[in-house]
Design a protein around this ligand. Sequence first.
Ligand SMILES: C[S@@+](CC[C@H](N)C(=O)[O-])C[C@H]1O[C@@H](n2cnc3c(N)ncnc32)[C@H](O)[C@@H]1O
Length: 240
Amino acid sequence: MSGHEKIQRHYDSLGERYDYHYDRSRGRSYHNHLSEHLIKMLPDGGLILDIGCGTGLFVEKYKAVRGGAIGIDISRGMIQQARRRSNGTDFIVGKGESLPFASTSFDAIASLLAFSYIRDPEKMLNEAHRVLKPGGTIAVCTLGKNLLTRCIPAIYHLGEIMQVRHPVVRNFGEHYFNDEEMLELFYCAGFEDVKTNWYSFAHIDMIDPFFTLARHIEPFVERHVPQLAYNICVTGKKPA
Ligand SMILES: C[S@@+](CC[C@H](N)C(=O)[O-])C[C@H]1O[C@@H](n2cnc3c(N)ncnc32)[C@H](O)[C@@H]1O
């Protein structure tokens, strides 16, 4: 089974369970927290494309405060759940590495918690660059590579062997990148003014009272000790 097929099959069977995980109290606070950072990185108004949109949680949030959004995801099951969530929004089944859109169609590209799954990140970034209008923005938030996250692939691998029932604990051969690797990927794809920031410290799978404590000190960690945050957020611009 190819990497894409494994991801597709897993997420196809997840739809409602994924929403349950990320749309109840802890999951919601984690997802909202990252979504808010991502929204701040995007321009006001215009049309955005969300790559790896899943069940449309981010598209829904973006549309409530900003403008138009289209979501694309490799999993039909996730797209079906997204369509149920927000009637009228365009959700399309497709790969981030091969976007079914004309060149210069979008004002911005967003991607939340999906970039690490992309099998060919260079191809996805080239496609994102192609469909962006000149001067358009790209903003990607994904699990990054640092001291804390280094053991995640091993944990996910073990979780799969032990058949842990968890929405994202599977060995998908995910790629995690550090700052330098992200800068290189984005500059090579033709983006300019590329910046990285690290966000989120409170992990929804932490047990209490650690979760509550982590949530409390999260803003401090993000500002002063970003090496302890585990999602890397990257922004860049397509030259005007
Ligand atoms: C952890 S979920 C994140 C979903 C959503 N962005 C969110 O924030 O809730 C990762 C998503 O990436 C999608 N995905 C993985 N590889 C992809 C690819 N090559 N192209 C498009 N979507 C992909 C999966 O199907 C899944 O829905």
